[in-house]
Design a protein around this ligand. Sequence first.
Ligand code: LIP
Length: 296
Amino acid sequence: MAELDMHDICAFVIEVAREAGGTIRSAKPSTSNTLSKKNTADIVTETDKAVEQHIHQRLQQRYPTFAFVGEESYKIGVEVTDEPTFIVDPIDGTSNFVHGFPAVCVSIGLVVKKRPVVGVVYNPFQEDLWSAVHGQGAFYSQHDGPRKALPIVSAPLGELNTACIGIEWGSDREGPNFDLNLKVFTTLARSRATGGHFVNSLRCLGSAAIAICLVAAGQQDAFWECGCWAWDVAAAWCILSEANGIMVDGHPGNWNPPIDNRRYLAVRPATDGQKEFVEKFWDVIGEDRSSYGPTP
Ligand code: LIP
């Protein structure tokens, strides 16, 4: 394959993300016209579907040989191949979108050989734009302001009890996966005297993509979610890696998880302490394991 011009691809993806953002901003969602997918915590709106169709059409027109995986058109069992593949969440933070809570973004990632090489995350309500190209750094800009290289905030990575950690409740609300999530959340939060790690805070933003971008910027120490999908993380993963953050398995042992791992721990850029932080976090998980089938 001819050498891909990643810089041009990123510029075009930003253009498409901004177009999608205009559609999202002008939509009038409400809790009454949302559709439930797996359950009432897993919702979709007509805007999600329309935005994904627009993004797909624009990307296919420009890059007809690239594959496309989108949250709203995903078919069970479709695997991400080694070929260049756009992995897209048209609205990450759909629940926030419906409630008017402005943590909402368009997330468009490009993966090659299953590794994120371009990432664009755009919040049209706050005019926040995070972007990255493999080997060329990660950047943040707001409105039409100047690009800032990521991380914006850099400090040594401390102990778990100093950490601000992003989490998500996700849409699995019963069974062993949910029970393990509850165990991890409470063990992280509770005092040391009661067997916990007394973390500084747990934040649930409702958008994995934005949460991971905040980790890339150094504005949050880590993000942990088991159960979300490649489209929730692909773009932000590129941004995180280019900012010198790391993405490891959300469960112990795998330092180099695949894009569709569905269990993720993102740790912010730091001059040192990343490996120790991951190992301390993995200790919290213990021997239990979540497992996720192919069903969206
Ligand atoms: C959301 C994810 C989040 C997950 C939510 C939801 P959506 O994506 O970003 O990590 O916990 O359940 O799936 O559905 O708003 O595109």
